[in-house]
Design a protein around this ligand. Structure first.
Ligand code: SF4
Ligand code: SF4
Length: 168
């Protein structure tokens, strides 16, 4: 993701967000996209790369605890087809609605501009999620971090008068 200096986020490709078990949810839309990219059936994908947690399909980690698709010094090996949850970070619901979560996210992710205000971050984030079609609806199959109801999204999008429109 490439964005202008004044924007809230610019990925530094450090790979921190590809480390750790669980959380990379593969929703129905993600599954179709990644299967088409890899030339696999959904069943083949799940056997080769997936695991079920809390009823949801997720991507497994490797022995190094990184996502099975992460390649050291190269990054995501399925970048063009990666799940929405990966496309959406750091604009997860928790970071959008809670300034303390954003503060912790800044410590974790060097791509978040250190001096971005919470309101600015939330407004840009909601705009980005909407533009990219990343907001989710299905709690049983999609990532909860991407489920933001319409009223909440509208409030967050309007909270920042400084946020430039259409900058992504
Ligand atoms: S932790 Fe942040 S900066 Fe690092 S790869 Fe992930 S999104 Fe990019
Ligand atoms: S799918 Fe790609 S971006 Fe997402 S966690 Fe795995 S390696 Fe990282």
């Amino acid at each position: 993701m490439s964005i202008k200096d004044e924007e809230a986020f610019d990925c530094k490709m450090c790979g921190h967000c590809c480390l750790g078990k669980g959380g990379i949810v593969v929703g129905p839309k993600d599954l179709a996209r990644i299967c088409a990219h890899l030339g696999l059936t959904p069943q083949e994908f799940e056997v080769a790369y997936g695991e079920r947690r809390c009823g949801k399909l997720m991507i497994r980690t490797d022995s190094d605890n990184y996502c099975i698709f992460f390649e050291k010094d190269k990054g995501c090996s399925v970048h063009v087809a990666k799940p929405d949850i990966c496309r959406a970070w750091p604009f997860f619901r928790g970071n959008l609605i809670d300034s303390d979560s954003l503060t912790m996210a800044k410590d974790f992710c060097p791509g978040i501009r250190s001096n971005v205000t919470h309101a600015e971050f939330a407004a840009q984030g909601v705009r980005y999620l909407r533009e990219q079609g990343l907001l989710a609806r299905d709690r049983n199959a999609e990532a909860r971090a991407l489920i933001i109801d319409d009223d909440e999204a509208a409030r967050l999008a309007q909270d920042c008068p400084l946020s430039p429109a259409g900058t992504r």
